[in-house]
Design a protein around this ligand. Structure first.
Ligand SMILES: [Zn+2]
Length: 186
């Protein structure tokens, strides 16, 4: 199958031909429909020394994806389900408190890998495999725009942080606060 990757030491993406992945137990096979591109992809490329998956000479790019389940492989998913894969995954060293709590996005550097960014192949390929727990089902009618779910989730996380950080003080975050113009003490 075709994939877009960056080879170790290079700073330009390359089209490569790699074997279609086989889902392991607990994993589903997903046919990728669309993948978004953003500044993070440029950073991965420009660094020229991204954290490649262990032992790999290249890393498949892409972290904002939407796809359709091709082979549920015994998981709870169904063939044809439209899914968005999450980006953060357990590190090679194994699980940790952040993943156990269901908050992988709070895991600091070293406690996770990120598909297409740090230490794990991304989604810019015809097919990817993923544990079913990391595949978020979305309505079929959102398939065209599903690659925006990941960036929206980043915004949602920022909002959660903002509200959490203001919880113990007076006032709630508002538009002025988010635009950075509010003074302290309101
Ligand atoms: Zn992104």
């Amino acid at each position: 199958m075709q994939a877009i990757a960056v080879r170790r030491g290079e700073t330009e993406p390359t089209r490569i031909d790699i074997p279609r992945p086989e889902p392991e137990d607990g994993e589903a096979l997903v046919r990728i429909l669309r993948v978004g591109i953003d500044g993070t992809d440029h950073e991965v490329l420009e660094s020229g020394q991204g954290d490649y998956p262990e032992g790999a000479e290249y890393m498949v790019l892409g972290h904002e994806a939407v796809g359709v389940v091709e082979d549920p492989n015994g998981t709870d998913l169904n063939a044809g389900d439209v899914v968005v894969p999450t980006v953060r995954r357990r590190p090679p060293a194994g699980t940790n408190e952040y993943f156990e709590r269901g908050e992988p996005d709070m895991a600091p550097s070293g406690y996770h890998v990120e598909r297409g960014i740090v230490g794990a192949h991304g989604f810019m390929a015809e097919y990817v495999t993923s544990p079913a727990e990391y595949l978020v089902e979305i309505p079929e009618r959102l398939a065209e725009v599903g690659c925006f779910v990941e960036p929206i989730s980043i915004t949602e996380k920022a909002m959660e942080h903002a509200y959490a950080s203001r919880e113990r003080s007076s006032g709630r975050p508002n538009r002025r606060w988010f635009s950075g113009t509010a003074r302290s003490g309101w």
